[in-house]
Design a protein around this ligand. Structure first.
Ligand code: MTE
Length: 452
């Protein structure tokens, strides 16, 4: 451990973005500044070289910290007091959040994943972002059906209707993949629009999905794969969510009819009891409450692919069927709304992903893109999944601009805003994968800025 590391930097969440006034008061009265302060204490306690700061902290807060707090001397709660385990009450600020006023009604809105507070690559199911076009339902699985049919006679041997029991008897696979809404970071096309990574990048989650490869089900119905080069997936909710997916994606075996997420059944908000998993493709194609698949010989141009999820290009034309999520990354800590409380060592961490395969490298800049250093990619590094990266940083107290730039296995390099806008203009809503910049001011405040 270096001298500089002993001078451990402190980080805290800016209360105006993350805590209600009441919660700030509660936390302040405990003499703690929230999750990051707790982390700092654990880190210090774990490092014998840092015995002195621990003592110093005990003195400025609760003298019982190194003594006998009640949990060391009394009987704890019984097992199953909490039959379905919930996070600690001290973590109650880490929740999905809606951006007020984003849509006219909440049922057609989005609740963003708090990326700033997560570790590793798996999103806890209760924090998986939710995006609905017309609200969500807790669908009774005994009443749910999946129908497979063809748009023309002769496209399959037999149209079939599957119950959940039928589907769960079929051979299953489990795979870890990210899901990102095509509109993620969409508010930032013109200029800086939101203060935190939760709102700028939080339409992004990564889970282990369990289900049946769609190819198996189509084979079971005797689909003519030569004639049928597209499928149409339809959801059971009132939004009439329908999306075309090219058959080659289904043939690859990657597209799943999934019922499991992170070891249990899907959560209702995420499509319980059945959703489509289309790895690498924008979230809208991951049809929830999946009730019908039609096989056909051409793209369907439904409302959700002709009017929505299209890109307005600089020449005024709309680009349709941009479905694969290009390589992208973001630093999640430190990020907008957080605060560095003093100079010294920080672990800068973030996420990288690509809809075209694995991440091969992430570079990080601390000076707005002039100099770059290669970050550590943490295992596992999986195809079409989030990849966690970390890099050491000593903050000297001077203003800094933090950026990350990801490269995927196709050799594609995440673009700057300047490069992206040169091709796409500024009028798009969807598919913004530009390099994100976080400015650290002399006071330690971290804010969202754009660097061309
Ligand atoms: N499927 C149905 N049936 N209805 C919907 O509103 N929203 C889509 C997609 N599938 C949607 C749907 C959109 S736009 C996205 S980004 C993802 O679901 C979000 O999935 P999640 O809510 O599990 O995060």
């Amino acid at each position: 451990m270096t001298d500089q590391r002993q001078k451990t930097g402190r980080l805290r969440l800016a209360p105006e973005n993350f805590l209600s006034e009441e919660e700030v008061a509660a936390v302040a009265s405990q003499g703690a500044s929230g999750r990051r302060d707790f982390l700092r204490k654990s880190f210090m306690a774990a490092a014998s070289a840092m015995a002195a700061p621990v003592v110093a902290h005990a003195a400025d807060g609760d003298p019982n910290i190194l003594g006998n707090p009640p949990w060391t001397t009394s009987l704890g709660l019984p097992v199953a007091a909490n039959p379905y385990g919930m996070p600690s009450k001290y973590e109650r600020n880490l929740v999905r959040r809606e951006s007020p006023g984003l849509t006219r009604v909440s049922a057609a809105s989005v609740a963003f994943t708090p990326l700033q507070g997560l570790f590793g690559i798996i999103t806890p199911s209760g924090l998986h972002f939710e995006r609905h076009h017309q609200g969500w339902h807790d669908v009774d699985p005994s009443k749910h059906r999946l129908m497979i049919n063809g748009s023309e006679p002769g496209f399959l041997k037999q149209a079939k209707v599957y119950t959940m029991d039928d589907i769960m008897r079929l051979p299953s696979v489990s795979r870890i993949h990210f899901i990102e809404c095509g509109a993620n970071t969409g508010m930032e096309w013109g200029n800086v629009a939101v203060p935190t990574v939760q709102y700028s990048h939080g339409m992004l989650s990564c889970s282990e999905f369990t289900g049946v490869p769609l190819r198996l089900i189509l084979e079971d119905c005797g689909v003519d794969f030569k004639k049928c080069r597209y499928i149409l997936a339809e959801g059971a909710d009132g939004s009439s969510m329908t999306r075309t997916i090219p058959m080659e994606m289904v043939e690859s075996g990657e597209v799943l009819v999934a019922y499991g997420m992170n070891g249990e059944m899907l959560r209702p908000e995420n499509g319980y009891p059945l959703r489509l998993v289309v790895p690498g493709v924008q979230g809208v194609s991951w049809v929830k409450w999946l009730r019908r698949i039609e096989v056909g010989d051409k793209p369907y141009a439904t409302k959700d692919e002709a009017v929505h999820y299209i890109d307005l290009m600089p020449d005024g034309l709309h680009r349709q069927y941009t479905s694969i999520q290009e390589c992208k990354s973001v630093i999640t800590t430190p990020s907008g709304g957080q605060m560095l409380l003093d100079t010294g060592f920080y672990n800068v961490t973030g996420l990288a992903w690509s809809g075209r395969g694995k991440i091969t490298r992430v570079d990080v800049s601390f000076d707005g893109g002039i100099n770059w250093k290669t970050a550590r990619l943490e295992t596992p590094v999986l195809s079409k999944a989030l990849t966690r990266f970390n890099i050491d940083w000593i903050w000297d107290g001077k203003p800094a601009i933090l950026q990350s730039r990801a490269i995927d296995e196709t050799g594609y390099v995440q673009p700057t805003y300047g490069q992206l806008r040169a091709v796409r203009g500024t009028k798009s809503i969807y598919h913004n994968n530009a390099i994100q910049s976080w400015k650290v001011s002399e006071t330690g405040e971290v804010s969202n800025v754009q660097v061309l």
